[in-house]
Design a binder for this molecule. Structure first.
Ligand SMILES: Nc1ncnc2c1ncn2[C@@H]1O[C@H](COP(=O)(O)OP(=O)(O)O)[C@@H](O)[C@H]1O
Ligand SMILES: [Mg+2]
Length: 229
């Protein structure tokens, strides 16, 4: 089973509202292999972002079990989870979460010192991914001086920089024009091939879906269908 990246067993997530439990994710069972390129699709409000947050060890499920590289992660302490997330997960949030006071380069290499990179190594790694993202001319700009698409590319560069085992990306092409979008999908594919990085997306973008090898359809918090392409 060591070719499995994730194994979800009866995963559930609900929140409380007016003293009632509102279910978001219902009894999800699925597995995702290492080196996957797969996506979760479905209408807005169906739980895609919540699920990515759980896979990224950012949010705890209400019930159920998640094995990540064979580890029962939600049995781990917060500290162990944080370490695992830092070392293995790159997250591209829908709203980017760049730090406005830091430059493009500083945002990109933000996590590298905690992974043991020297300043020089971090800078080299940062410049390399920013070059890949076509942002070499913007290294010392601040996020607010960039367009939406450029900010998104910085968020992608930050996730790439630490060469994680898996990149989770919440609607990563939603704010990009079709040219940039194509370039970014190619960069994802190259990383998958060359670095063996797994990619898991949520998306509405048919073009991005056409590159996926597995598509999980989510509706009302349940997986209704899985396409293998
Ligand atoms: N902790 C929470 N408190 C209140 N509402 C939540 C919470 N977590 C998720 N939701 C709600 O659950 C639903 C699913 O959300 P989300 O995962 O963002 O779906 P999607 O990404 O598919 O649009 C939304 O209606 C959202 O507002
Ligand atoms: Mg969402």
């Amino acid at each position: 089973m060591d070719n499995l990246l994730y194994e979800a067993k009866d995963l559930q997530y609900s929140y409380s509202w007016n003293q009632k439990k509102v279910p978001v994710l219902n009894h999800l069972n699925f597995s995702i292999k290492k080196e996957s390129f797969c996506c979760f699709v479905g209408p807005s409000g169906t739980g895609k972002t919540t699920l990515l947050n759980i896979l990224g060890l950012i949010e705890n499920p209400t019930n159920g079990k998640l094995l990540f590289c064979g580890q029962d992660v939600f049995q781990n302490s917060e500290r162990q989870k944080e370490k695992l997330r830092l070392e293995k997960v790159g997250f591209i949030f829908q709203s980017f979460y760049l730090i406005p006071t830091l430059t493009v380069l500083e945002n990109t290499i933000y996590f590298l010192p905690s992974l043991g990179y020297s300043n020089q190594e971090a800078e080299r790694a940062g410049k390399e991914v920013l070059d890949l993202m076509g942002l070499s001319e913007h290294l010392s700009k601040k996020p607010l001086e960039l367009s939406g698409g450029q900010r998104q590319r910085v968020a992608i560069a930050r996730a790439f920089a630490k060469k994680p085992l898996v990149i989770l990306a919440d609607e990563p092409t939603a704010n990009l024009d079709s040219d940039t979008s194509e370039k970014i999908i190619r960069a994802f594919k190259d990383l998958q091939r060359n670095e063996k990085t797994s990619f898991i997306f949520s998306t509405h973008d048919q073009h991005l879906m056409s590159y996926a090898r597995e598509i999980f359809h989510l509706k009302d918090g349940a997986i209704t269908k899985k396409d293998i392409l």
